[in-house]
Design a protein around this ligand. Structure first.
Ligand code: HGY
Ligand code: MN
Ligand code: MN
Length: 418
């Protein structure tokens, strides 16, 4: 690297190397690759370990000082001209079971591409820069989602996170140790000056309205609940309807009611029953047990609470009517988060200064940025998802949009670190 040159006012003409970024996206997508071009790297799995090792290898190649904290968050720091808390970017590299190659991965790899471009240009920023990936953002195996970043900002005690048992009966702490990422760095270190995350929109808005960049204003509220219904198994043929205590029916009725509530409330309200297991799960036996999850979300906290209230009222009603017992276990609950207005404006102005179309919008999905927003000014940059598809192997973002998003990230970070 030739003589280090401070970047007092940034390098407005500097751009990332799109081919190099695309190559890293493809290379990481080979880890846990599943048919259809997707990825399965559930948090703290062997695939997650392999993905982590690959990204840490790139961090070290780029000269970053890498630390692993006690919940497995990984932070690579590039020193600035001055000491002090870094400007951070990043996201997550764990995926859902039917994940795409951009969700989370793009934010981490674009961060590495920014570092690589600055290294090539011999530019050293005034403030340090950091690229992070946080443990278990998805929450698909261990609840809640955004677990690692929530611990990082002090929102979840480390011991509680480590003791969390996943859908397959294994504890976070044991899995973290097994994959060798139970680090020694205290959680929350390094402190962060500002945080910006690049992420695919995962929804239909930017594509439908023809925008390249999203300046994300905040993240909607999230409510995850697991319900356990206990009924009476009986013969499907001989048991009169009036004598049944059918856990399967009650679960499906609640799922139907959740959809009705979303329709009644309209607007941003969404409701999803994504997992359901019946026991004994046989064609000719009335189910005596059903375990299922309900995911409710809304941009407005009071409307989200109303959705929760309406659903619980129906749960009580169907329990009495069907003569079944229903218990609820909260898996995740986060209120809507508004990002730092000045940071949102910076993203918007940076995109516009690069001649890119930009729209302000909320995020329907949860992100690590909503946790970092508790401790520093945070913002997000969205790029379009083709067909609005995500959490699906068909997830895709056009290369030109990937490049545009990474360049907006580069220039935004340069301004924050100047
Ligand atoms: O569920 C979510 O919003 C995110 O994918 N964790
Ligand atoms: Mn994500
Ligand atoms: Mn996701």
């Amino acid at each position: 690297m030739d003589k280090a040159m401070g970047a007092p006012s940034g390098a407005p003409q500097l751009r990332i190397d799109a081919g190099r970024l695309a190559a890293r996206i493809d290379a990481l997508a080979q880890v846990g690759a599943i048919p259809g071009g997707g990825v399965c790297r559930l948090a703290l799995s062997e695939e997650d370990r392999a993905g982590r090792d690959r990204v840490v290898g790139w961090m070290r190649e780029l000269g970053l000082a890498v630390s692993v904290d006690a919940i497995g968050n990984v932070v690579g720091v590039r020193a600035g001209l001055e000491a002090g808390p870094p400007v951070m970017t990043g996201s997550h590299i764990d995926t859902v079971r039917t994940g795409g190659r951009y969700d989370g991965n793009l934010g981490v790899l674009a961060g590495l591409e920014v570092i690589h471009s600055l290294n090539d240009a011999g530019i050293v920023t005034r403030r340090a820069l950091a690229v992070a990936f946080f443990t278990n953002e998805e929450g698909a195996r261990f609840n809640p989602d955004m677990m690692g970043s929530l611990v990082y900002v002090g929102g979840l005690p480390l011991a509680e996170a480590l003791a969390t048992v996943g859908i397959d009966g294994e504890a976070v702490g044991d899995c973290l140790h097994r994959i060798g990422y139970d680090g020694t760095q205290p959680c929350g270190q390094p402190a962060v000056h500002a945080y910006v995350e690049l992420h695919v929109e995962q929804g239909p808005v930017l594509e439908a309205e023809g925008y390249t960049i999203g300046a994300v204003e905040g993240v909607q509220g999230i409510s995850w609940t697991e319900y356990t219904v206990l009924g009476v198994s009986n013969h499907a043929g001989t048991t009169p309807m009036r004598l049944r205590h059918d856990a399967g029916y009650a679960a499906c009725a609640i799922a139907h009611r959740a959809r009705q509530i979303a329709r009644e409330l309209g607007g941003d309200q969404v409701a999803t029953v994504g997992s359901m297991t019946l026991s004994p799960n046989l064609v000719n036996v009335i189910a005596n047990k059903a375990v299922f999850t309900v995911d409710l979300r809304h941009t407005d906290e009071l409307i989200l609470q109303e959705a929760e209230r309406r659903l619980q009222a129906f749960v009580d009603e169907i329990a009495a009517a069907e003569g079944v017992g229903i218990s609820a276990r909260r898996l995740a609950r986060f209120e809507p988060v508004a990002f730092d207005p000045a940071s949102v404006s910076l993203v918007e102005a940076t995109a516009r200064s690069m001649g890119l179309s930009v729209k302000r919008l909320p995020s329907g999905a949860g992100h690590d940025a909503q946790m970092l927003a508790r401790v520093c000014p945070a913002a997000m940059i969205f790029v379009p998802s083709v067909g609005g598809i995500s959490h699906n192997v068909r997830e895709f973002t056009a290369p030109a949009d990937v490049e545009a998003g990474a360049n907006v990230l580069l220039q935004t970070l340069l301004k924050l670190a100047a």
